[in-house]
Structures are given as C-alpha cells and as structure tokens.
Design a protein around this ligand. Structure first.
Ligand code: SAH
Ligand code: SF4
Ligand code: F3S
Length: 452
C-alpha cells in the first residue's frame, strides 16, 4: 500500500473534490491515507486560483516540498485543482519537481497517472475539461462528522468578468437529482445529519425539468436528514417557487449566502453580474417578505477596476441598508485571461484597496455585533458539532442562520439537535446555555418537524 497525503486549498467544492479523489484512489486497493507529509509516497496539493494570494500560498508550499523531495527522491508530487488547470503549461515548464498535473475534471485518471509515473518516471498531465463529468458515480470518502457536502452541479457559465472559475472548472453541468437523493440517503446511513448542496451558482441547477427548488425539496424529504443548506446561489435565479420551498420546508435552513460583489450599478455592469443595485435591494426585500427570519451573508470585492470613492460609498450604503449577518470581503485580484484582465485595467492602488477593505470590515463587524446582540436572551435550535476548538470543556454547534454557538458540555453528542439560550455575543460568536430538559431530537425527524 502506498501512502497518500492530500492538502486542500480554496472553497468547499475543492474540499468535496478531495473526498472524491480519496474515494477514487481507495477503490484501487493500492493506497492508504496519511496526515503526515513526511511519511507519504504521494503528496497532492488540491489548489485554488481565485486570487493571487491563493497562487502565492502554493508556490510557498512547493518550496517546502522541494526539501522533502530532496530527502526522498521517490516521493510523487501532484498539483491538482484550479491553480493547476489555470496555469497549465507555465507550471509544467517552471516547476520541475511536480510529476502530476491534473485539473478538476481529471480525477478519475489519477490512479493510472500515478502508475505511469511509477513505471516510466515521466511527468503526467491532464487538463481536459469535460462537459459531462459530474462524478455522480463516485461516493466521496468523507471525514466523519455532522455536515456533508454534496456537489449538485459543477462548472460555471456566468463569466463574471473578474472571475477565473469558468476557466478552471469549465462548463456548467447539473447532476441527475436521483443520484443526489441516493447520495443523501447513504449519508444518513453513514451518520450525517446535515447536507450542504454545492455549486458555483447552485440555484441555476436544472436537470430534465427538475429545478433547484424541486431538488431541495427532494433532499429535504430524505428521512433522517435534519438540516439542508446550500451555497452559493446567484442573485439572478430567485423565482418565487424557490423562496416558497425554503419558507415552507422546516429542514431547509433559513440562511442565504447572497453575493453582492459591489453596491454600485456601473461596477456591477462591468463585472457582468446581471443585476443593478436596485434589483439586488428589491430581491432582498422579496426574500425578507417571504422568509422574515432569514439570515443573509454575502461576498464583496473592493477596488475592482475603475472603482471610485463614490462607487465604493454605494457599497457601504448597501451594506448599511441590507445589514448582512456577515460578509467575506476581498481586495480585487486581477486574474490572467479573464474578461476584466483583457478589458478593464486593474487601476485602483493597493493602498486604496486596503483602506476600503479595512473600512468595510469595520462596518460589517459593527453590524454583525449589533445583530448578534439583539438576539441575546432568545432560544435557538442548535445542531451540535463537537468540542469547541478553543476550550475542550465547551462545545460548539450552529443555529439555522449558520452562526456558531459555544455552550457548556452536557449529556449530548455531535449530531444532536438541542435548544440553547443565548447569554452573550460577539460579532463572530454566540454564547449560550443548554436547556437540559429540552433535547429536541436524537435520531428522530418527527420531533424535529414539531420543533421547526
Ligand atoms: N460562485 C460563487 C463564488 C465563488 S468565488 C458565487 O458566484 O457566489 C468566491 C468569491 O470570491 C466571489 O463571490 C468573489 O467575491 C470573490 N472573488 C472571485 N474572483 C475574485 C477576484 N478576481 N478578486 C477578488 N475576489 C474574487
Ligand atoms: Fe465566478 Fe461569477 Fe461563476 Fe461565481 S458566478 S463562479 S463569481 S463566474
Ligand atoms: Fe474554489 Fe478556488 Fe477553484 S474558490 S472553484 S478552488 S478557484
């Protein structure tokens, strides 16, 4: 048995892909997995390309792995995922020690690529993007836990002008919903309580007339699943039906990650996001009318090409108006070969980007703090995840809004749904007390639906 070490960077889709890779390798009965890179025969980095700092991190790691390789010439090093796909030929030329290069649609061929390196020592690369590969015949080898990711679609056809994903992950394709439901059923029998449906525009899911609302309903109908989440939807695909299914189905968590990117309509048009500031705000109103207690989170890019101080103020204004529960805020990072790279020079200075990200982070922090403080004293259903990372005498779980709650250990285990009363909050974390006589569910969904 050869030992494989895999390190994963980037988004949940990459985490999911690593689980696919583990499953594909395991099926050959030739590999086992290790957490120690020093004892590995094969070292894989599953990489991200979304911003330049994602590339920089990998270059740093490759420098370290070079030392490992100097000690043991037989270690096979593979660069997988979005950065590998993005840089293709360039990397093959510059990074001599990498034996295998593979993009996100090439993972079924990894075992034969490893064999080939072992047999003839030649580098192998595979950057074929497929219109059909959806890995629905592979059951990912997951780390046991409470939540499981399921990629229900792959690729992206949106071509937001700043974004590299359509080039690294290829055309959008949706999985057969039956395979998603089967996977969910299997997850339940493996002990998972929550599924998060993944896609680059997950709400654009469509397969033979089944849309995303239908899919969510079908997944929520699986017995034994307590909670269904999804990420990330695109603001362009929010039919009434989708919101109605969310509002009516107690298992679908009341949380939407709704990427805004910018609050200025001119910038949004340059980004090809397909909505204006007003359309985004109208959508937020429609969502809140249909699901009043919805939690909204977002992604923002500051310093996109030509963003003036006044344009940036529009983003601040929208943040103040919407009051997202939390936000991921990024400095614009120009990606080679994207539409923005070709058409819109990256002309906002590094200092301005820093100034803007600091300001928005502060603004969001004060909003998050205010919103979290406002719910102190209330009781929430919490899905218990396990011991808190900071203090093993305490536990952590999440409320439906996906906010983390810390509470004292008690007579329950990971995967239980319990009730917690909040007594304190920061901008990022809630603190609560378990109400001991109110364990809502251990393994039964019937109790859950009464509660919700
Ligand atoms: N498909 C998802 C986004 C995936 S990337 C969606 O549309 O929501 C996650 C986030 O990274 C994006 O929402 C965007 O805010 C940010 N991002 C993408 N490209 C970027 C770039 N070139 N520079 C800075 N941030 C970027
Ligand atoms: Fe990138 Fe836009 Fe596709 Fe999201 S929707 S992955 S931001 S191109
Ligand atoms: Fe994800 Fe990074 Fe690729 S965010 S889709 S791993 S570029």
């Amino acid at each position: 048995m050869k030992k494989v070490y895999i390190e994963t960077y980037g988004c949940q889709m990459n985490e999911y892909d690593t689980e696919l890779i583990r499953s594909i390798l395991k099926a050959t009965h030739q590999y086992e997995f290790t957490n120690k890179e020093s004892e590995a025969d094969v070292v894989f980095l599953n990489t991200c390309a979304i911003r330049e700092n994602a590339h920089a991190k990998i270059y740093g790691r490759l420098g370290e792995i070079k030392h490992l390789r100097e000690k043991n010439k037989n270690v096979i090093v593979g660069l997988l995922g979005c950065m590998s796909q993005n840089l293709r030929g360039n990397l093959q030329r510059s990074e001599n020690m990498i034996d295998i290069f593979a993009g996100p649609d090439s993972y079924k061929r990894l075992p034969s690529m490893i064999d080939s390196v072992l047999n003839n020592g030649k580098k192998k690369y595979d950057f074929n993007l497929s219109e059909f590969e959806d890995y629905s015949d592979v059951y990912p080898e997951r780390v046991p836990g409470v939540n499981a990711w399921i990629a229900v679609m792959r690729g992206c056809d949106n071509f937001c002008t700043f974004c590299v994903v359509p080039y690294t992950r290829g055309r959008e394709r949706s999985r057969n919903p039956e395979s998603v439901v089967r996977e969910t059923e299997k997850l339940v029998s493996d002990g998972f309580k929550q599924v998060t449906l993944l896609g680059q525009n997950v709400n654009s899911f469509r397969h033979n007339g089944v849309d995303f609302a239908d899919l969510m309903q079908q997944v929520a109908d699986v017995d034994g699943i307590y909670r269904v989440r999804f990420t990330s939807p695109h603001p362009k695909d929010f039919p009434e039906k989708f919101l109605k299914v969310m509002a009516e189905n107690p298992k679908i968590c009341n949380h939407i990650h709704l990427p805004l990117q910018s609050g200025n309509s001119r910038i949004l048009e340059m980004m090809a996001r397909t909505y204006t500031q007003k359309e985004f705000l109208d959508l937020v109103d429609k969502i809140r009318e249909t699901i009043p207690d919805i939690a909204l989170t977002t992604d923002i890019i500051v310093g996109f090409a030509s963003e003036s101080d006044a344009d940036f103020e529009d983003t601040c204004q929208v943040m103040k108006e919407v009051e997202f529960d939390s936000a991921f805020i990024f400095k614009y990072s120009e990606r080679k070969n994207t539409i923005a790279y070709k058409k819109h020079p990256d002309d906002v200075s590094a200092e301005k980007k820093t100034e803007r990200i600091v300001r928005l982070n502060e603004l969001q922090k004060s909003i998050s703090f205010k919103k979290n403080k406002a719910i102190i004293g209330k009781r929430f259903e919490v899905l218990v995840e396990g011991p808190s990372k900071k203090n093993s005498a305490e536990w952590m779980g999440r409320i439906e809004a996906n906010k983390t709650v810390i509470f004292a250990n008690g007579a329950f285990s990971a995967g239980d749904l319990i009730e917690v009363e909040l007594y304190n909050a920061t901008a990022n974390t809630l603190f609560g007390e378990h109400r001991p006589n109110l364990i809502l569910a251990d393994n039964s969904t019937s109790v859950l639906s009464e509660v919700c």
